[in-house]
Design a protein around this ligand. Structure first.
Ligand code: AMP
Ligand code: GLY
Length: 419
């Protein structure tokens, strides 16, 4: 079988490596992929948002199955276009991807169906939003409605910060169309848990839980990033909490989407906060998380392609989705300066013995040499019997990799270890 994976980061590298464990898989085309995965995939220079070109390529190569991984193409309708061209696909269609594409949609969905989430007010008028932040409880959370590269959330501790967030989004055009409408919501507290799930629109199968580390610096300081490291499972996510989430969040969400005429098929990501009042939804993503995927898939013992195809054909209830009882830790190595300005083009040195554990996010080839080409450059994942062993093994491998300006957090997994 020949497969096509849309996307080009560490998450896609992890998906591709897992898919290739199935001996029936011959070629995997990555659109666009990156040079760090060119041992496992044929990288094709077509951007993840170039839907017409993606469809034309899939037809030309007569690929047997496609996986659309990033949010942008999903929200733009890449799955609809591929399916219309006769290519079976993993991922939600446009109507379902709105669960991530519009925070206003997802907040209204949760309100309508009684799914626990932060209380909120919704604004399409800047004056009304500015009046609201003069009296709302602090801290408060201002969120752009649409996609904003993971940067559309501002936690405002003061009225001045709240005003500035509203003003820059609604009047300053900070996130373009995405910020013209905002959600202003209650600030919640408690440990955060990421739960990715497989769902075919009827059945929902949660994957092993994980914990992201979103801030750039040790001790959860610095700017928000796409994610600097992950561990799985998340020790805060006990069996009792998992059962509660299934009953109050996962099943109600799947049923709500179906009732709205938007059945969700693909990977639905539940970003949860375990508050003193019980688990609540912080956000939904319509896709695998990055770098959650880099710890979750290495623990998946079942065949990924079989599970994905069952999602597509609506037969998820008939397949086994089994996870190992081991622990995984992924440490992201970035370019100094990320998520703000950073330099690129530095040669990467990765020993052969470490390569199987590396998921490359941002690299290109210059001559024959792999050089850095992104803020997040790569992630290194260790799988071990205990969390502490996974953490030390991941950092041991990080120590063997080098490139100029490399920067990473030293405390990935510490919070989980102290849980
Ligand atoms: P998001 O971009 O939606 O993943 O949000 C980024 C981060 O902001 C989340 O991981 C949370 O840590 C934080 N956050 C978002 N919404 C809230 C909230 N209502 N209360 C507290 N923290 C929040
Ligand atoms: N790591 C968070 C996300 O993928 O949105």
């Amino acid at each position: 079988m020949d497969l096509l994976v849309v996307g080009g980061g560490g998450r896609e590298h992890a998906i591709i490596k897992k898919l290739k464990e199935n001996p029936a898989v011959e070629t995997v085309y990555a659109l666009p992929g990156n040079a760090g995965m060119d041992c496992e995939a044929v990288c094709v220079p077509i951007g993840a948002k170039e839907i017409d070109k993606i469809v034309a390529f899939a037809r030309e190569k007569a690929v047997d199955y496609a996986v659309v991984a990033p949010d942008d193409p999903l929200v733009l309708g890449a799955v609809d276009a591929l399916e219309a061209a006769g290519v079976p696909c993993f991922g939600p269609n446009k109507a379902a991807a709105i669960i991530e594409g519009s925070k206003i949609f997802s907040k209204r969905l949760m309100q309508k169906y009684g799914i626990p989430t932060a209380a909120c007010a919704i604004f399409d008028d800047a004056d009304a939003a500015l009046r609201y932040v003069e009296t709302c409880p602090l801290p408060t959370v201002v969120k752009a409605d649409g996609l904003a590269l993971g940067k559309g959330v501002v936690i405002a501790n003061t009225r001045e910060e709240a005003r500035e967030a509203v003003d820059s989004m609604m009047r300053g055009g900070k996130f373009g169309q995405s910020g013209l409408r905002v959600v202003i919501e209650e600030f919640l507290t408690g440990p955060e848990v990421s739960v990715l799930s497989f769902t075919d629109g009827e059945t929902v199968v949660p994957m092993i839980s994980s914990m992201d580390h979103k801030r750039a610096l040790d001790g959860d300081q610095g700017l928000n990033t796409g994610g600097m490291g992950t561990v799985a499972p998340n020790p805060y996510y006990t069996e009792v909490i998992a059962a509660k989430c299934m009953e109050t969040i996962f099943l109600p969400t799947i049923r709500a989407m179906k009732a709205e005429g938007r059945p969700f098929k693909g990977c639905l990501y539940f970003g949860l906060m375990l508050t003193p009042d019980g688990p609540k939804v912080i956000e939904y993503n319509c896709r695998f998380g990055d770098p959650e995927t880099q710890v979750v898939l290495p623990l998946l013992e079942s065949d990924l392609l079989t599970v994905m195809q069952a999602v597509t054909s609506g037969t998820l209830k008939d397949v086994e989705v089994r996870f190992s009882d081991k622990h995984a830790c992924c440490v992201v190595m970035a370019s100094a300066g990320y998520p703000a300005a950073y330099e690129k083009g530095y040669p990467l040195s990765i020993p052969e013995s470490v390569r199987p554990h590396v998921y490359v996010a941002g690299a290109r080839r210059e001559g024959g040499t792999l050089v850095t080409n992104g803020g997040r450059v790569l992630g290194v994942t260790a799988v071990e019997d205990s969390l502490s062993a996974a953490i030390s093994s991941a950092y041991d491998m990080v120590g063997q990799i080098s490139f100029d300006n490399a920067f990473y957090r030293r405390d990935i997994g510490q919070r989980a270890l102290n849980a």
